[in-house]
Design a protein around this ligand. Sequence first.
Ligand SMILES: [Zn+2]
Length: 483
Amino acid sequence: MHRIKRKTLVLIVYCLVMFSFSVSQTMDEPIKNEMLRIIDQKSQLLIDVSDKIWEYAEIAVMEYESSKLLEEVLEKEGFRVEKDVADLPTAFVATFGSGSPVIGILAEYDALPGLSQDSMPFKKVLQEEGNGHGCGHNLFGAGSLGAALALKEVMENHSLPGTLKLYGCPAEEDVGGKLYMARAGLFDDLDACLAWHPDYETSVDVDSGQAVDDLQIEFFGKTAHAAFDPWKGNSALDAVEMMNFGVNLLREHVKPSVRIHYVITDGGKVPNIVPEYAKVWIWVRDLDRDGVKAVVEKVKKIVEGAAIATGTSHKINYMGSYHEMLINREGSKIMQKNLEKIGAITYTEDEILYAKKIQNATEVEEKGMVSTIETLKKPEKYPEGGSTDVAEVSWITPTIHLSTTCAPHGIPWHSWAVVASSKHPIGYKGMFLAAKVLATTALDLFRNPDILREMKKEFKEKLKGYTYKSGISPDQKPPIRIK
Ligand SMILES: [Zn+2]
């Protein structure tokens, strides 16, 4: 009896949820409406996949369960899945169809360390020292899966030619999985690529973000008793401190667009031993690769100076260099049209209340959810800070990027508040919208060679003769982490 009641209740809630998801979401082409219907029909599957990835909360290069789950669903749905690609055990490429054009969709699924959080509108750690989806990549992975499944079904139903590739991209938050996938040439045969990301606003992205160099610097000194015979020692920590002091002075002499941030990952073990080893992890960002390179050359001199002054030796380890995003305006216009036709997300009162509670707890304005569709803007001269390894793909093939509202407006990103939003209808609704926009836009690319031609023309002009160079050396292996 109890079970029947529960089942009925679940069904009613499900129907209500489905109704609110599908309101006003019709387009002017029957085939696109068919895609929206497919995504609506698969909504429970997408929620289940998203929730499981949220629960696994696996950090970079450890996404074993998350990637396995996505691979299993894709194989069951008839995709050919190539696993363990580009030296990354948690990366995969799922392919459907054959021939030209070849369209890619990116999926991410890594979590952030130390952000364990329950799906509650206030800070509540789920597991001590656990991880959490503070960037909403569980939604990202499942949303891209939804787009791929809808595309595959209409390609079958309407005998559309072409190849669809869903890329399982691990380690976006750390390591940069796409750096390795790009170096392995996995994106080389694409005619275009689509990606999205959870946000607290909805827009087709026209800003290029920042290029970044990721460096780890080690200093090697000489140990001694810090009180008895300190004159016999050379402190590696002194070298780190001198380097950081130099870097902080450098801030005054770089362009306002530059961002430099560091953490000391090893500063010695106990105060009474002069540290013989110390390590600092530093990121240098600017608007483009040239800007980053110029600052990094100065940082290298500071490192050398710190080593000389402290009698230590040093080693600079390049962890990766990321490009800024190469925006494709032609592709963005097509995506914008689909986004506007599908329409903004609507929310229930309970959902808005949930959002406001999170805003209250994070001390930001209680605006609730903001899902208004922004017009396609001109790129900002100084875009907001941040970098992504999606940028690597954008220099290999024309890439279009979307953000959808998956969290309360204004909340701090990479925080418990995003984890709390990513296993909740406010997150699911953004995921469904992303799946629909990606699917209908990819459909346009499959069916209309003129669009692809224009996108490629713009891409070639913007490259200005540049051929993509990987930001990692040919023999650099990704760090493999075993559970
Ligand atoms: Zn992210």
